[in-house]
Design a protein around this ligand. Structure first.
Ligand SMILES: Nc1ncnc2c1ncn2[C@@H]1O[C@H](COP(=O)(O)OP(=O)(O)O)[C@@H](O)[C@H]1O
Ligand SMILES: Cc1ncc(COP(=O)(O)OP(=O)(O)O)c(N)n1
Length: 281
């Protein structure tokens, strides 16, 4: 059996629902060996973020170096990067390592409202990291910040995806529709065509870490050599089931269920629709 490996460069969530913890659980459930470089430690639970402790730059660089020079990585993803210097360092490490299967989840704000990326880091994100990404996975508010566009329709989401790819140099973009009212439809643009990934919306407060889990699933599938479309389709099924089969943990925004995809017949039971769009915005 071939062993595939993926590296996550992100923040630690002590509550286990988002960040490094969500990424490693997702890699494991999708049969990919996970490694990590922690950028910041958060004291966090389902009720919110109670403290943020940044890891010194040298510590981040050494973790990435230790992983890449020995274990290796077939793909990598980034999550909470906190500060502009961290983005610059991570971009430099990724470029030097020649890692091309890179998923950038441009984490900015946690569900409870805590800021996970300094405003001063936004330019570095756009200029240094996005051009290295095979795919960028912003939610609606993140896509608005990155592009400066106001997004209130599927057509707007398509326009934002085009800007991220054509003007900012990312290989592809998946603008996620979890914050959009109605069915949670995500727009994938790969520089040529659009695909819509849609599913039923589940009314639940247990959606902490949905973005981390989704992007980690894309990363795991890319590590196995799947195409971006295949990876996004699996990731959408993974997150849809993880939300549907909620665990009911904690008194606030609880974590999603990382076991659900394998325990509930992921490929048959998710109800996810993948549709190629024939119109352009
Ligand atoms: N209530 C929900 N029901 C079903 N799918 C959802 C729900 N909320 C989010 N999703 C899906 O979860 C994934 C993560 O999206 P989103 O919540 O927008 O990201 P983030 O956690 O970065 O804010 C997307 O595929 C989105 O469509
Ligand atoms: C350490 C850490 N990283 C990322 C997030 C944000 O995760 P996300 O998947 O966007 O989910 P929500 O926090 O929005 O539920 C985080 N909270 N902590």
């Amino acid at each position: 059996m071939t062993l595939y490996k993926a590296l996550t460069i992100a923040g630690s969530d002590s509550g286990g629902g988002a960040g490094i913890q969500a990424d490693l659980k997702t890699f494991q459930m999708l049969d990919v060996f996970g490694t990590s470089a922690v950028t910041a430690v958060t004291a966090q639970n389902t009720l919110g973020v109670h403290g943020i402790y940044d890891i010194p730059l040298e510590g981040i660089e050494r973790q990435i170096h230790a992983v890449l020079t020995d274990v290796g990585a077939d793909a990598a993803k980034t999550g909470m990067l906190s500060q502009p210097q961290v983005i610059e360092l991570v971009a430099d490490c990724i470029a030097k390592a020649g890692l091309t299967r890179l998923v950038v989840d441009p984490v900015m704000v946690a569900k409870g409202g805590a800021s996970l990326l300094a405003e001063s880091a936004r330019d570095a994100l756009r200029e240094k990291l996005l051009p290295l990404a095979a795919v960028v996975t912003p939610n609606l508010p993140e896509a608005e910040v990155i592009t400066g566009l106001k997004l209130s329709s599927l057509d707007d989401m398509k326009k934002a995806a085009v800007v991220i790819v054509k003007e900012m140099g990312a290989g592809a973009a998946i603008v996620k529709g979890g914050h959009y009212e109605g069915a949670p439809t995500d727009v994938l643009y790969d520089g040529e065509s659009f695909h819509l990934l849609s599913a039923e919306r589940y009314e639940t407060r247990h959606t902490h870490g949905t973005g981390c889990t989704f992007s980690a699933a894309v990363c795991a599938e890319l590590a196995k050599g799947r195409t971006l479309l295949e990876a996004a389709h699996t990731a959408k099924k993974f997150i849809t089931l993880a939300i549907r089969y909620e665990l009911g943990i904690g008194g606030g925004h609880g974590p999603t269920n990382h076991w659900a995809y394998t325990r509930h017949g992921g490929d048959t039971d998710s109800g996810v629709q993948l549709q190629k769009e024939l119109t352009t915005p």
